[in-house]
Ligand binder design. Structure first.
Ligand code: ARG
Length: 401
């Protein structure tokens, strides 16, 4: 029987050419699998037909947009996960859900190998292959760009020679990856890290210099998950989409960073994540009133570690699972409303309320009704500083000898 290879298919030039390229190099039949993670753009049926037109024996489309929002974006939100303090893991969280569907398709179509369109220099090859090793340890991996010398020039020549139903002339100098959680743009002119991004790079956000009137929005959460916007019930997917639209119109969520790739390269990325950044800001502010101080301090470092693991392709790892359990436990009381103003590229919280809040007005107030006994503070400070005071006494004694 002819060997079968499942290919992660985006509909773009590289993966369209990869169908025939893999076929010629290996003699295998190629099954194209496109996964909808809310990337928008062309209809998935168009993409499916293109795969067939490029020689795939089967083309399979998985609608994973709700699954992606519920099981990948929501944990990222609960963790307030920002890699290196900036990047909300847009591409990093889409790989594991794509892998899940690739492995499923490999089983359904009797494939022995999974292929993806990544280069040998990035994080995504790691995320795909570590994921596949974990979910389908018997499956092999192949990356035509990396393993079968499929360069851009060769891809264009191949598409033209075979008359593939794909545009080869459209000159986009950037490498773009997008889904409902955000958009990542790299390469080309951006590789000079002094070059400012030009306006045409952006798609999810309007330029913040020309904002429309401020937009005030109230986001309601239950156990760390957004459930309503301005009082209208929403699913996680709807919440992200609605905030992509509203925060995007105000230029919220533009990020320009040089980040550390797992493979040891520093690389420039431009991200746009209006919905993700608005949600993370709101969620963080709700945690500020609903999570106890020590738990909150510890959670910040857990969230950072969680972001590193996910960035590094360890979505399915035991440590990530353990951290998820901790994070989930912290979300029990993260319920309530956050009001924020979206304007001029910023999302600024200006009100919060919660039935499960730890904010105690009577303890906090400086006005009448204050229930805090200030006389307790003196003794507390005496004991709190005791250890350092004893040490400092020793320093003076020893230095004085
Ligand atoms: N650097 C980011 C990451 O590793 C984004 C990579 C997305 N790919 C792209 N072609 N822009 O998660």
């Amino acid at each position: 029987m002819t060997e079968r290879i499942v290919l992660a298919y985006s509909g773009g030039l590289d993966t369209s050419v990869a169908i025939g390229w893999i076929g010629e190099a290996t003699g295998a039949e190629v099954i194209a699998v496109a996964v909808d993670v809310g990337q928008g753009g062309e209809s998935l049926e168009t993409i499916r037909q293109r795969a067939l037109g490029c020689g795939a024996v089967e083309a399979y489309v998985a609608d994973a947009s709700d699954e992606f929002a519920n099981e990948y974006c929501m944990p990222t939100l609960k963790a307030n996960a920002l890699y290196q303090g900036h990047y909300p893991l847009v591409s990093a969280i889409s790989r594991p859900v794509i892998v899940k569907h690739l492995v499923k398709a490999a089983r359904e179509f009797g494939a022995t190998t999974v292929a993806h369109g990544c280069t040998g220099k990035g994080n995504d090859q790691v995320r795909f292959e570590v994921g596949i090793q974990t979910l389908g340890p018997d499956l092999k991996c192949i990356a035509p760009v990396r393993d079968l010398a499929l360069t851009r020039d060769k891809a264009i020549a191949f598409a033209e020679e075979k008359g593939l139903p794909i545009e080869t002339t459209k000159k986009n100098p950037y490498s773009i990856d997008q889904n409902v959680w955000g958009r990542a743009v790299e390469t080309g002119y951006l590789e000079d890290i002094w070059n400012a991004p030009t306006k045409d790079i952006y798609d999810y956000t309007a330029t913040p210099e020309f904002p429309p009137a401020p937009d005030e929005v109230t986001i309601s959460f239950e156990a760390g998950v957004p459930v309503a916007i301005d009082g209208v019930r929403v699913t996680p997917l709807q919440a992200i989409k609605e905030l992509n639209r509203r925060a995007g119109a105000q230029g919220v969520g533009r990020i320009d960073v040089v980040e550390d790739r797992l493979v040891g390269i520093k690389s420039r990325e431009i991200y746009e994540a209006p919905g993700a950044m608005a949600l993370i800001t709101a969620h963080k502010h709700l945690e500020d009133i609903t999570i106890e101080r020590e738990q909150a301090r510890f959670k910040a470092s857990v969230g950072q570690r969680w972001a590193e693991l996910v960035y590094d392709g360890q979505w399915f790892s035991p440590l990530k699972r353990s951290l998820d359990a901790f994070i989930e436990d912290t979300q029990q009381y993260v319920s309530g409303d956050i009001r924020m103003v979206l304007h001029g590229g910023q999302a600024i919280v200006n009100g919060r309320r919660s039935e499960t809040s730890l904010y105690d007005f009577d303890l906090a107030t400086y006005d009448t009704g204050d229930t805090f006994d200030q006389s307790m503070a003196r003794g507390f400070i005496e004991l709190w500083g005791m250890s350092a005071k004893v040490a400092s006494g020793r320093d003076i004694r020893v230095a004085g000898q």
